[in-house]
Design a protein around this ligand. Structure first.
Ligand code: NAP
Length: 313
């Protein structure tokens, strides 16, 4: 039977492999996205037990939520859970702004519910911290929505440790979603707090946009977000490719791809019990399920820590 993970202190139990959907309708993030293929990615996930779908308002400014909601509706409500995020708005100059104002967040939840065609959202995150709202007040607004049954669990994303502690003053935070991957292990310092406070740590950007999947070479050219990411530039890119190659022998030992070694390593970290690899193709969703079969030896864990040390950006 498939293993299930309780999200924080909530009643939600999810399969440890979830799905990142910023490439489902995220036209502002990727070029030439095929919406039908995106829907097929979501369908494949749900059919294969990947119960938690991770979206956000900013992925396609509502389009990802619409497509995820539309596709999920083909299934019964107990077969999937949807996590979404909000905090952004666009001012009169069309510049993106962040607000954690309690009333604003409540309004954002209502809009997400409409786009997703849902009666309740399983997990709602404050996507980014703003500079002025006390974080416990922002979370209190979500707690009210939880008490009303409009959301089932509370998350925060891109909060530093201090902001997370403030947000969790009353113990209401179930999940924190932060950047974490083999090339950037800086956020490991949060694990102690999340572990002790029963908060699930969900890492985003786990495959560094596919860089940790071992399929790129020095000659690969990018025309999307990756073209601006320093990890994909010049000597840094070459260095990263060489490190990823070093994972190859571990992957071969387990008969999996390099991506799965990275993903399985994350699941060995304290309080990090759920991962959200993004996928553009249905095949990637299926492949990423292999992650759960990997059990590392101590020597393999040591080797991974040596290739990708904490602080070794
Ligand atoms: P990612 O998971 O690091 O990379 C995803 C990309 O890796 C895919 O689009 C695909 O790209 C490639 N890939 C996936 N599985 C693969 C496989 N088995 N073999 C080979 N390549 C594979 O990055 P991400 O999608 O940016 O992040 C994951 C999720 O995190 C997002 O969907 C989103 O839900 C969330 N996120 C959250 C925040 C936040 O602020 N909270 C920020 C960023 C992302 P190609 O097919 O093009 O190679």
């Amino acid at each position: 039977m498939m293993k299930k993970i309780q999200l924080g202190k909530s009643d939600l139990e999810v399969f440890p492999i979830a799905l990142g959907t910023n490439a489902v309708g995220g036209h502002n993030l990727y070029n030439n996205l095929d919406e039908e293929q995106g829907k097929e990615v979501v369908r494949t996930a749900i059919k294969n037990g990947v119960s938690l779908l991770d979206t956000a308002y900013v992925y396609g400014l509502g389009r990802s939520e619409e497509l995820v909601g539309e596709t999920a509706k083909e299934f019964s409500r107990d077969e999937y859970m949807i996590a979404t995020k909000g905090a952004q708005y666009f001012d009169e100059n069309d510049e993106e702004q962040i607000s954690n104002d309690p009333e604003f967040l409540k309004e954002q939840v209502e809009q997400s519910l409409k786009r997703l065609q849902l009666d309740y959202i399983d997990l709602y995150y404050i996507h980014f911290p703003d500079e002025k709202t006390p974080k416990d007040k922002a979370v209190a607004a979500l707690k009210e929505l939880k008490d009303e049954g409009k959301i089932k669990a509370i998350g925060v994303s891109n909060f530093n440790l201090e902001q997370l502690k403030e947000a969790n003053k009353d113990g209401y935070v179930d999940v924190v979603q932060l950047e974490y991957n083999l090339l950037n292990r800086e956020n490991e310092h949060i694990f102690e707090y999340t572990f002790e406070n029963n908060i699930t740590f969900i890492p985003y950007f786990p495959l560094v946009s596919g860089l940790l999947a071992g399929k790129y070479t020095e000659d690969t050219k990018f025309d999307d977000l990756r073209a601006e990411n320093p990890e994909f530039q010049g000597s840094k890119f070459k260095e990263n490719l060489a490190k990823v190659e070093e994972l190859r022998s571990i992957a071969d030992n387990h008969n999996v791809g390099v991506a799965h070694v990275a993903l399985a390593f994350y699941l060995t970290r304290p309080s990090l019990d759920v991962i959200i690899p993004g996928a553009k193709k249905p095949k990637q969703v299926i492949e990423n399920l292999k992650t759960l079969n990997i059990k590392f030896s101590d020597a393999e864990l040591e080797r991974i820590n040596k290739i990708f040390p904490v602080g070794g950006k």
